[in-house]
Design a binder for this molecule. Structure first.
Ligand code: FPP
Length: 251
């Protein structure tokens, strides 16, 4: 089925997952296995990211979320953090024009407070430049941790209560969703993690309530359109019930 999809096919016609989220894991192991520095794994990871953004658009995915730097990644060696920040800067500086030209809208989720001024400026610029684009929504989770996101949302709701703007009984799951960084973005249908690891690592904990998970063996630098199509084919074999009963049998 994946071969038949084009950018213009509707989600409904071909069952393309509307929102795909990816934990891009295994850059370091890919590099170590080849006797290369970890930075080379991350550099090749950016190439895989470029391929995947293009492929997602071609397949007809509408929202692609990528986990590019977690709030826990600060515990890595200083040099590796500098390498990752350098790659983000280069990705935005070199790829933003092309993303914009191809109609991609960029949205950043994660904590901006405390980030270097230049990084914040680049993140703001990426969002501002592309905000009216009609194509793929590329959500970049940067300095992102799901628990941190939920804590920040909870604080804002508590402030609204303290200020008398809402009452405790007004809180429901929709309101919590509206206070998360991902407000207004549909929950992911499919979450892919590369490298064979099978965990969420503090990624989209709230949003993943009914997501399908596909864990693929390849390391992130090897990920390509065929790997994305194969993960989507696996998604098609799943039956999503959202807590209800099976559609075909009613059992
Ligand atoms: C996991 O590999 C990957 C990351 C921590 C970062 C992902 C970053 C990129 C793909 C490149 C940067 C892209 C942008 C837009 C900043 P790992 O280092 O955890 O691999 P390992 O588990 O094998 O050590």
């Amino acid at each position: 089925m994946a071969e038949n999809k084009t950018p213009n096919d509707s989600d409904a016609a071909f069952g393309v997952p509307h929102h795909v989220a990816i934990i891009m894991d295994g850059n370091g192991r890919w590099a170590s296995q080849r006797g290369l520095p970890r930075a080379e794994g991350h550099r090749r990871g950016v190439e895989a990211l470029r391929r995947t953004v293009r492929a997602a658009g071609e397949i007809g995915v509408k929202v692609l979320t990528i986990f590019s730097f977690s709030s826990e990644n600060w515990s890595r060696p200083r040099q590796e953090i500098l390498d990752l920040m350098g790659l983000l800067r280069r990705f935005i500086r070199h790829d933003l024009a092309e993303l914009h030209a191809s109609g991609v809208r960029v949205k950043i989720v994660g904590e901006r407070e405390g980030l270097e001024t230049e990084i914040r400026r680049l993140l703001d610029e990426a969002e501002e430049l592309t905000k009216d684009n009609p194509g793929l929504l590329l959500v970049v989770a940067f300095n992102y941790g799901s628990r941190d996101e939920i804590v920040r949302a909870t604080r804002r709701i508590a402030e609204d209560i303290a200020a008398g703007r809402i009452k405790p009984e007004d809180i429901n799951s929709a309101m919590i969703g509206q206070h998360l960084d991902t407000a207004g973005i549909e929950d992911p249908d499919l979450i892919i993690r590369t490298s064979g690891e099978q965990r969420l690592s503090n990624f989209l904990l709230w949003q993943a309530a009914y997501s399908e998970f596909v864990f693929v063996q390849v390391y992130w630098p090897e990920f390509d359109k065929a790997a994305l199509e194969s993960a989507i084919a696996e998604y098609h074999r799943r039956e999503r019930r959202f807590g209800g009963l099976a559609a075909r049998t009613g059992s």
